[in-house]
Design a protein around this ligand. Sequence first.
Ligand SMILES: Cc1cc2nc3c(=O)[nH]c(=O)nc-3n(C[C@H](O)[C@H](O)[C@H](O)COP(=O)(O)O)c2cc1C
Length: 345
Amino acid sequence: MKLKELKIGDLRADLPLVQGGMGIGVSLSNLAAAVANEGGIGTISGVQIGFREPDFLRDPVGANLRAIKKEIQKAREKTKGIIAMNFMAAMNNYELYVKKAVEEKIDLIVSGAGLPFALPKLVKGTNTKIAPIVSSVKAAKIIIRSYLKSDRLPDALIVEGPLAGGHLGFKMEDLLENKCKSLIDIVKEVKLLLSTFEEEYKVKIPLIAGGGIRTRDDINGLKEAGADGFQIGSLFVPTTECDAHQNFKSAYINACDDKIRIIKSPVGMPGRAIETNFLTQGDRIIKKCHKCMPDCNPKKIPYCISQGLINSVEGRDGLIFSGANLSEVNRMTTVKEVINNLVGQ
Ligand SMILES: Cc1cc2nc3c(=O)[nH]c(=O)nc-3n(C[C@H](O)[C@H](O)[C@H](O)COP(=O)(O)O)c2cc1C
């Protein structure tokens, strides 16, 4: 099955591949630009992006705003391709961060972990496109109806299934008992919904499917179900271009599938991560609150998610998000090789 280019408004990606945003710091300008240079869409994660700035502990908001600008500029120096930025809708100062990325003329904002209702107003009057992430047709319907109140539609819709890495938009018990709908089934339902809006408003809203894509066969199956694009996260981690520490990449290479866990994240959503000491018996003392989530009470959470993610991306024991089915991921590779394997015949 031949793959077509991916059109999101006036953006044209030669390959219909989107590298999923991976926070904290796993997908920054280096990985995003490498994917964009191959003809896909690269995504910089905006979550606590300022963690390497010297004043991050004292002034996380200032550090994050500065790092958003820096990472977009760095990506632009490395590629003329399409660069997106991913922000979790549930994080503190979300609107401030999205506005900064829009001011820096980011091509596309992708947002999940909560429904990103504010996006239409945040990009109004600019050329930045918006792509919410949903995990059900119900969520897709809610977000589209909400955007229509602002007289617009999403420029693309990302459908993330239960095999994805990071936070998951499914119930904990359904994930643990393997009762979630498959990505293919959700894609079919959302495609049907989108076709009614596309017909009524005479637009095309590309559907990008993600979560557990490992092979060309996975892509073919999702394409047949109606997907126009494919979002991939985990496969891009053990690449030379990925922005994480080598220890993080090695954890992917060494992980067996029985060491990948569904966890209850302090954010209040389930997530998928590789079992580490941090997860099972890690440091439970929260020395510093990074004020990343609005309703987080450091006294009531099992660990600080920002600290866990910063530890791991810097190579220390921490929280390592990953997608399911990593058994075939067993060596370091490159972005080019990952993409060739996925789009080759
Ligand atoms: C290490 C890691 C971090 C992630 N962080 C985020 C994030 O900050 N925001 C987000 O929307 N999705 C996040 N995701 C999900 C990815 O963007 C992507 O949609 C998902 O991983 C696709 O599934 P796959 O990893 O099986 O390819 C993360 C995934 C991983 C593996």
